[in-house]
Ligand binder design. Structure first.
Ligand SMILES: *Cc1c(COP(=O)(O)O)cnc(C)c1O
Length: 401
């Protein structure tokens, strides 16, 4: 029996695939989803085309073009795209190998760096009371001479591992940073102090994309929790028909490819579907600030929102391994197709990485982790995970070596 750990809506049961294909949503379902989000995250909800569009709207609501925003140095291109769409400057903070999040240590390193350039920045803090708060300044990587004022920080809780929320909040307060929580990996997660992810920052962005903690193939939402600086326009247009159909049929295409893989044709069919644009790779889902999700997605997302459990976290379990290529080959032989793990580059996927100008020398851990990580989605039953774990264990990087 072959196992497939990636893509193809592997987290969907057959019943869920059928429900997804034939689900009918109404305007009422959209209103209900917005109301559900507002109740849970206590703010004003806006439904969006996807997670990156929600993030971009959040940035437009709280920042000015040219502001710097701290990003986890191990992330998805979607986040970078949203930062660029709002004309902000990403400031990558290196991660810890233990939880794949920036740590207070790496945040402090940004602070030390900004000691040097602090006085070079001319723009004063707009939120006043700068007596107790020290602004953070970073070198702008793309225009190497100028400086940017850092005004915000994105909390990602990578793969559903919580950041040290107390420390991050304190850091944000000290430097007058607006916190944006990105729940793509961690909807339903609890921080160590008991608060739920999405109830801490000024805004909370959700993705309902493939393999995310709420997964309706596409869709997203933003909850504005604090009064915004700029008014933003909620998306009003319906999704494009082509996007709607792609999201609608993906789970069926997925199971068809999976079935055909028994006679070794699954890969070929998937490549064909991608080529004729009936299937879109997740990273290619385009940012669009004017479009809403499909109504049926809103209906299904609400159902999942209601059944989020902290016990389902983390979303994926990760391992750092030596000789990943060899490991992936061995896994494949045993029926585990793991090569689309999160993430193969510090800003993933590989095909967009060169656009990012990622500061590898400043983020050695993220660079190392991207070369050595594999991870397993946790929605599989233990009996299915166990053999894959056993193979992975042989390749683990031993501490202190
Ligand atoms: C996937 C992802 C998003 C948003 O993705 P969309 O495809 O735009 O819904 C945002 N942040 C992170 C960390 C992600 O992995």
């Amino acid at each position: 029996m072959k196992h497939y750990f990636l893509g193809l809506a592997a987290n969907y049961s057959l019943g869920e695939r059928i429900i997804h294909t034939f689900a009918v949503g109404t305007k009422r379902d959209c209103e209900n989803l917005a109301a559900g989000l507002e109740k849970k995250y206590r703010g004003k909800a806006i439904l969006c085309k996807n997670g990156r569009s929600a993030l971009a709207l959040a940035f437009k609501a709280y920042f000015e073009p040219g502001d710097g925003v701290i990003v986890n140095g191990f992330t998805c291109y979607a986040v970078y795209e949203a930062i660029k769409a709002a004309k902000l400057v990403p400031v990558f903070a290196d991660i810890s190998k233990d939880d794949l999040n920036y740590s207070i240590k790496t945040l402090m390193a940004l602070d030390t760096e900004s000691e040097v350039s602090r006085h070079a920045s001319s723009r004063p803090s707009s939120r006043g009371s700068s007596l107790t708060r020290s602004p953070l300044v970073a070198k702008c990587l793309e225009t190497s001479n100028s400086c940017v004022q850092i005004r915000g920080i994105i909390i990602q809780n990578t793969l559903g591992n919580p950041v040290d929320i107390k420390a991050v909040e304190k850091f944000a307060k000290e430097h007058d940073l607006v916190i944006i929580e990105d729940l793509a990996h961690c909807a339903g997660m609890k921080y160590r102090d008991g608060r739920e992810a999405g109830t801490v920052g000024a805004a909370t962005a959700l993705s309902f994309g493939k393999d995310k903690s709420i997964d309706t193939i596409s869709g997203g939402a933003l909850v504005l929790r604090a009064p915004s600086k700029h008014e933003i326009k909620a998306p009003e247009k319906l999704p494009k028909l082509s996007d709607h159909l792609r999201a609608r049929f993906y789970p069926l295409f997925g199971i068809t490819c999976r079935g055909l893989s028994y006679i070794n044709l699954g890969g070929a069919l998937m490549r064909l579907l991608i080529k004729i644009h009936w299937v879109e790779k997740s990273a290619d889902n385009s940012l669009d600030l004017e479009r809403k999700p499909s109504k049926f997605e809103a209906k299904l997302a609400l159902k999942q929102l209601k059944s989020l459990r902290a016990s389902k976290m983390p979303l994926r379990e990760f391992y750092l391994v030596e000789d990943r290529l060899k490991l992936l080959k061995e896994l494949k032989k045993a029926g585990f197709y793991l090569d689309g793990f999160w993430y193969e580059r510090p800003v993933s996927p590989r095909r967009y990485y060169n656009k990012v100008h990622f500061p590898e020398e400043k983020c050695p851990n993220a660079t190392f982790v991207a070369e050595h990580i594999v991870n397993l989605p946790r929605h599989y039953k233990e009996v299915k995970l166990a053999p894959a774990r056993k193979i992975i264990k042989k390749y683990l990087i031993e501490e202190g070596k």
